[in-house]
Design a protein around this ligand. Sequence first.
Ligand code: URA
Length: 286
Amino acid sequence: MSQVVESLVDYLRGRVAAGQTSVYLDEQAKEVLREFFRRGGRRRKPEASRSAAPATPAAPAPREAPQPAATELVVSGSTAAEKIASLRAQAENWEPARRLGSLRDTMVFSTGNPEAEVMLVGEAPGYQEEREREPFVGPAGQKLNDILKAMGLGRDRVYISNIVKFRPAMNRQTTNNRKPSPEEMASCLPFVRAEVGVVRPKCLVALGGTAAEGLLGLAGSVGSMRGRWHDFEGIPVRVTYHPAYLLHGRAGLQDKRRIWEDMLAVMERLGMPVSEKQRGFFLPKS
Ligand code: URA
């Protein structure tokens, strides 16, 4: 292996050891890897050592292996609020997301308290969030506020973010939204990772299956993911249903109880007091 490839492999091993499960590769990086693969892992000889007059025009000089630092974020500032502000500024023109061409222009970062003990992560901003440039301010956000209130928390006591920082674009889009693609989630995941690094919450809540997929790489139903603790960068994660599930009367008492049990687990993890009344929310009346 060349020294460059060895360094890359070492770097990637380090990221895996730190819990990272995916890396973003731009087109140029992918092309370098394809070329490397085509050559059976051998580096091309330097141009100078080949015959002086090639019969066909020389192929472009090999490009160096991808530089992971090129898409790495810089967290600056001394307080958590300053650090989040520095990330927010970098998100505005985040090339990996912009380059996809499938996300809308307005960037929506996060809301709440950067020193909170709990961080909630949704999938992507919708129509209302884009207008107000704040996550969870539409109808699903109202439901989230209700859940937080039942826990005895206001939005000032939690940190709320999304996996994707831009509203996924659609043809003839008005107020309609779509779920973000895996590529769109991967493009913004470095921010979520950096936000978790700044906030260092006692636990995370993934709101819905898409957020769980983006954050934890899980697939399947929320039912199969909830009811136990997962791990993201060393922080315990609880998966629950997206608050939008509570809209339009789709959810029955049992569904509400399931979400509530997830929140009870979060409260216990945070060491919050849980009253008898709270413990009995959404249980069938006997
Ligand atoms: N749904 C989400 O997942 N995030 C928002 O910010 C709003 C709705």
